[in-house]
Unconditional design. Structure first.
Length: 203
């Protein structure tokens, strides 16, 4: 989510619909000048009943990196109860972190960036048990890795990239060949997800 501004009154909230259930355990809030002094992070599966996973009455703006016990949910929100300034509430970004869970379904429409396109093309051209060569374009010095999940949401491998290239050796973390199946691949740059998770089929 990019740039949200709430009204100059309490309470105010911003909600994210993840589209399906995820195991989430971390959020990062990037506050603009208009921050929340008191707020909660809440989660829900029905957009009606909300559970607190974090609360504070001493917010000071800037960047808030918040971790909590893992929750399997579809919705998450920042619920502001007291503004830190005379303005409203304003976030530059609201990032949510976690893992894919069973039953993950890709959204119907995806924004395809340069790295996403190359990743999709590489995997599409691969066959079960064969190497998958991936070319990507990020700034020098960045740590790049690709996480591979099966359709049940289990992580089966992590491959590190180097000098603009990565090669998936067609095997899972136990050395078994990755079969002709559907997999979900996530690219991380310096530990942060880059682009969208990709649901791909290996022929």
């Amino acid at each position: 989510m990019l740039r949200w501004e709430g009204a100059s009154s309490d309470p105010q909230w911003i909600k994210i619909n993840l589209g399906t259930k995820y195991n989430i355990n971390k959020v990062i809030l990037y506050w603009e000048t208009a921050y929340a002094k008191s707020y909660k992070i809440q989660v829900s599966n029905d957009d009606i009943n909300w559970t607190d996973v974090y609360s504070t009455t001493s917010g000071d703006g800037g960047i808030d990196e918040i971790t909590f016990s893992q929750k399997n949910v579809k919705y998450i929100r920042m619920y502001g109860t007291q503004r830190g300034t005379g303005y409203g509430y304003s976030l530059w970004e609201f990032e949510v972190y976690g893992n894919i869970v069973a039953g993950f379904v890709m959204p119907a429409k995806l924004e395809i960036g340069e790295n996403d396109y190359k990743l999709l093309k590489a995997v599409k051209e691969a066959k079960g048990g064969e190497n998958i060569k991936i070319e990507y374009n990020v700034k020098s010095g960045k740590a790049v890795e690709f996480e591979i999940y099966n359709i049940e949401g289990e992580k089966v491998n992590v491959i590190k990239g180097e000098n603009g290239y990565a090669e998936l050796d067609g095997k899972d973390g136990s050395g078994r060949e990755v079969g002709k199946d559907v997999y979900i691949i996530i690219m991380r740059v310096d530990g942060v997800v880059s682009g969208k998770p990709r649901k791909v089929g290996i022929r």
